[in-house]
Design a protein around this ligand. Structure first.
Ligand SMILES: NC(=O)C1=CN([C@@H]2O[C@H](COP(=O)(O)OP(=O)(O)OC[C@H]3O[C@@H](n4cnc5c(N)ncnc54)[C@H](OP(=O)(O)O)[C@@H]3O)[C@@H](O)[C@H]2O)C=CC1
Ligand SMILES: Nc1nc(=O)c2c([nH]1)NC[C@@H]1CN(c3ccc(C(=O)N[C@@H](CCC(=O)O)C(=O)O)cc3)C=[N+]21
Length: 284
């Protein structure tokens, strides 16, 4: 039997601190505000949006959702983004990704001002992440992974960490953040050979591949700490992680559930980043 690493305790802890920070800001008549930019209405964007709006309301962060039509042109999208960039009442911007194919993310990512970029869209924040510079904003989901490990006092220094997935939203930044904590990091992806052999090396295994129940018992080292980032919805509408929980919990010493694990911490990191951005913009 493994220990369940529930996200709620971690999220509640972070939120408690944030509520106090917002109170101090409000005494100075400053209210931190997040703008969400959503193109169309993808179900996974809406799921994240719901969680983000709830969390922000709980800690006293204001929100505004800019819903843009599915067929918006690149030019109009950039116009909307620039408006929000220049709005001094807004401190944080979250652009749901991936954007529809006709919008060029490689161009748009240079438009968002790095000071408001709370989920690491801007190449400036990506570079800060690479350099381990704390003045930037690493993406919220990989930060949630680190916060969970810290909260449950999982040692990272000198441990072998294996990350499954190399996207810019989860896998690659998770690997960089684990490296910052002095873990020895291996990144796996779709071309990795003998995958289960490599993942079996991990004292810490982070799964972020977007395939429900992909990680089986034989992927996991006996006693490993397994962090499941995956959010997959089956035909019945139930959430599953990228890890086959029933198989892996027998071998892991600690494991995150889905739902109720990483996903539930992500939104509190988002709120934390908005408050950090607000303070920086007000020279506090
Ligand atoms: N908890 C949360 O708050 C969040 C959860 N998620 C969830 O995390 C998961 C990953 O998301 P994201 O990173 O955006 O997904 P992407 O689809 O962008 O990336 C998936 C990664 O997994 C790799 N991969 C895919 N199939 C295999 C395979 N069979 N063997 C080995 N590697 C494979 C890919 O490799 P390659 O690069 O070679 O193609 C790629 O690097 C999803 O389930 C998503 O829903 C995402 C964001 C937030
Ligand atoms: N720039 C950007 N960053 C993202 O991180 C990002 C994105 N775009 N686009 C969409 C995907 C999808 N995604 C989800 C996050 C949480 C839930 C979710 O269901 N969260 C529940 C909790 C789930 C759980 O408990 O595990 C909640 O917050 O209440 C779903 C989906 C983020 N994404």
């Amino acid at each position: 039997m493994s220990t369940l690493l529930k996200g709620k305790a971690v999220a509640d802890n972070i939120s408690e601190d944030l509520i106090k920070e917002v109170e101090i800001l409000k005494e100075k008549e400053i209210t931190p505000k997040l703008a969400i930019i959503r193109v169309g209405a993808r179900p996974d964007d809406l799921a994240y949006e719901r969680g983000a709006l709830n969390r922000c309301a709980k800690v006293g962060v204001e929100t505004e959702v800019k819903e843009l039509p599915e067929d918006i042109t690149q030019e109009d999208f950039i116009k909307e983004l620039r408006k929000i960039n220049n709005d001094t009442n807004i401190h944080g911007i979250l652009v749901f990704r991936p954007l529809p194919k006709h919008l060029n993310e490689e161009v748009i990512k240079y438009e968002i001002v790095p000071e408001k970029d709370v989920d690491c869209f801007s190449p400036i924040n990506a570079a800060k992440l690479l350099e381990g510079d704390d003045t930037g904003f690493p993406p919220c989901t990989p930060m949630a992974v680190i916060e969970i490990l810290k909260h449950y006092q999982v040692p990272m220094e000198g441990k072998k960490a294996v990350v499954l997935g190399r996207s810019m939203v989860v896998g690659k930044p998770a690997a960089l953040l684990l490296l910052k904590e002095n873990a020895t990091v291996t990144i796996c992806h779709s071309r990795t050979r003998e995958l289960s052999k490599v993942t079996q090396e991990g004292d810490i295994l982070v799964a972020a591949i977007g395939k429900g129940k992909f990680v089986k018992e034989d992927f996991v080292k006996e006693g490993a700490v397994v962090i499941d980032v995956g959010i997959n919805v089956d035909e019945e509408g139930n959430l599953h992680g990228d890890v086959d929980f029933d198989q892996c919990e027998k071998k892991a010493s600690m494991i995150t559930p889905v739902p109720g694990g990483v996903g539930s911490v992500t939104t509190s990191i988002l709120a934390k980043h908005v408050i950090k951005a607000c303070k920086l913009q007000n020279n506090l």
